[in-house]
Design a protein around this ligand. Structure first.
Ligand SMILES: CSCCC(=O)C(=O)COP(=O)(O)O
Ligand SMILES: [Zn+2]
Length: 203
């Protein structure tokens, strides 16, 4: 587990360098390989440029802390992680970004981002050719995490790729391990950026 913490912490610091986690934003988690009912999630309010293996804590599948951590809370968005693990039981790792292009894409007054023809679509598990179209769903942002978790459950059918956008907020992506979750987030973010820049040029 210490290895996983340290690998994910390194990824988090790298994402901060990319500008994906300004102002303490974003959160991350993985499930214990030895007990998948235990979620190791980032603590709330941590500066991601300094994130270390000590900045995680353990919660159960309902988001309750498994030990007394005085004055320290799990991520405010922990219930999103809990719901995704519940909806996709094989998934073991979740990553989140607050990237500029995710937010820009979400402001088009659409309920999904349509991505078509890009080679990097193959970064999403199961996609074997660029000759395809995917819809990355956009859900309205809210501070009401139980309500948002319900939306995810009700709209599970829209989660056809392992990523979604929270409007004017950021991207969530997940995978069977850190490598896959990372690949999915990077796939989504790259595609949001290239698609946004192409649309800008063609208007
Ligand atoms: C200034 S960040 C606002 C909250 C947020 O969207 C986020 O990703 C970070 O919340 P956390 O409680 O995980 O620090
Ligand atoms: Zn967030």
């Amino acid at each position: 587990m210490e290895d996983l913490k340290s690998q994910l912490a390194q990824v988090i610091r790298g994402y901060h360098q990319k500008g994906w986690s300004p102002a303490t934003s974003t959160n991350y988690s993985f499930r214990l390989p030895t007990n998948s009912n235990v979620i190791v999630v980032s603590k709330s309010g941590i500066d991601k440029s300094l994130f270390s293996e000590n900045d995680f804590m353990e919660v159960d599948m309902q988001g309750n802390a498994l030990a007394a951590y005085e004055g320290i809370r799990p991520s405010a968005e922990t219930l999103i992680h809990c719901k995704l693990y519940q909806l996709f039981p094989e998934m073991m790792c979740i990553v989140h970004s607050h990237s500029v292009y995710s937010v820009l894409q979400s402001m088009k007054n659409q309920t999904s981002v349509e991505l078509s023809g890009y080679e990097v679509l193959k970064g999403f598990e199961g996609i074997k050719t660029h000759e395809t179209t995917v819809q990355v769903p956009i859900f309205d942002n809210t501070q009401d995490m139980p309500a948002f978790a319900n939306v995810l459950e009700e709209d599970k059918v829209r989660l056809t790729v392992p990523a979604f956008i929270m409007r004017q907020h950021g991207t969530y992506a997940w995978g069977k391990n850190l490598f896959e979750a990372k690949r999915h987030l990077e796939t989504a973010e790259y595609l949001f950026e290239v698609d946004w820049k192409f649309s800008e040029k063609s208007v």
